[in-house]
Ligand binder design. Structure first.
Ligand code: GRF
Length: 198
């Protein structure tokens, strides 16, 4: 199966996927990595691994419509069976959401629906979890639908918030958990345990 990845920043989740593919832990190919950010380390990680890497944004393409058309073309050429948003900070155009219905997944560093939605990204998620005195947090993988926050949750795992955790220590533990859980979940999709597509 071909996997396309969208990522805006570090791409440590992308790296976990690249490693799992190269070590034959999952039988898949990463066919394209797309970022809205030219500085994204994710693009560099893709290039290092010999994966086609694209910097595409409204600025590079000259507007929303042009970007939607370009993304549609790049994806059509890459022919992904599934698309993963791994820290992608933009909305996908509706054309893409429709064309790849039930094939697009996002990873989020909390137990959604808790600590999701507008403004809940990066360290803010973990700050809110610690501030609320939660005893557990986790990782959620959900489908990306036209109504962005309402995508079906396909996989979730939880881990404890430890006494003395700061947002930073918690963020590091959740991210390490994400790397394992992402590979595990992609493997379940590849084995048909989680449906992909209509
Ligand atoms: C992860 O925490 C992911 O859940 C969120 O963005 C972060 C991306 O991290 N959507 P990285 O770029 O994979 O290191």
């Amino acid at each position: 199966m071909n996997i396309a990845v969208f990522a805006s920043h570090g791409g440590s989740n992308l790296q976990a996927l690249i490693d799992a593919v190269s070590e034959h832990r999952i039988a898949a190919r990463i066919c394209a990595v797309i970022s809205n950010n030219s500085d994204a380390q994710a693009l560099e990680r893709a290039r290092q691994a010999g994966i086609p890497a694209y910097h595409l944004s409204t600025k590079t393409e000259g507007g929303d419509e042009a970007l939607a058309a370009k993304l549609t073309d790049v994806l059509a050429a890459a022919a992904p069976d599934m698309i993963f948003l791994l820290g992608y900070m933009r909305m996908l155009p509706v054309e893409v959401l429709r064309r790849y219905r039930r094939r697009i997944f996002n990873i989020h560093p909390s137990l959604l629906p808790a600590y999701g939605g507008k403004g809940m990204y990066g360290i803010r998620v973990h700050e809110a979890v610690v501030a609320a005195g939660e005893t557990r947090t986790g990782v959620t993988i959900h489908r990306v639908e036209e109504r962005y926050d309402e995508g079906e949750i396909v996989a979730q795992t939880s881990l404890p918030v430890l006494a003395g955790d700061t947002a930073e220590t918690l963020a590091a533990r959740v991210l390490a958990c994400e790397h394992r859980f992402l590979v595990d979940t992609v493997s379940r999709i590849l084995h048909g345990e989680i449906p992909c597509g209509d």
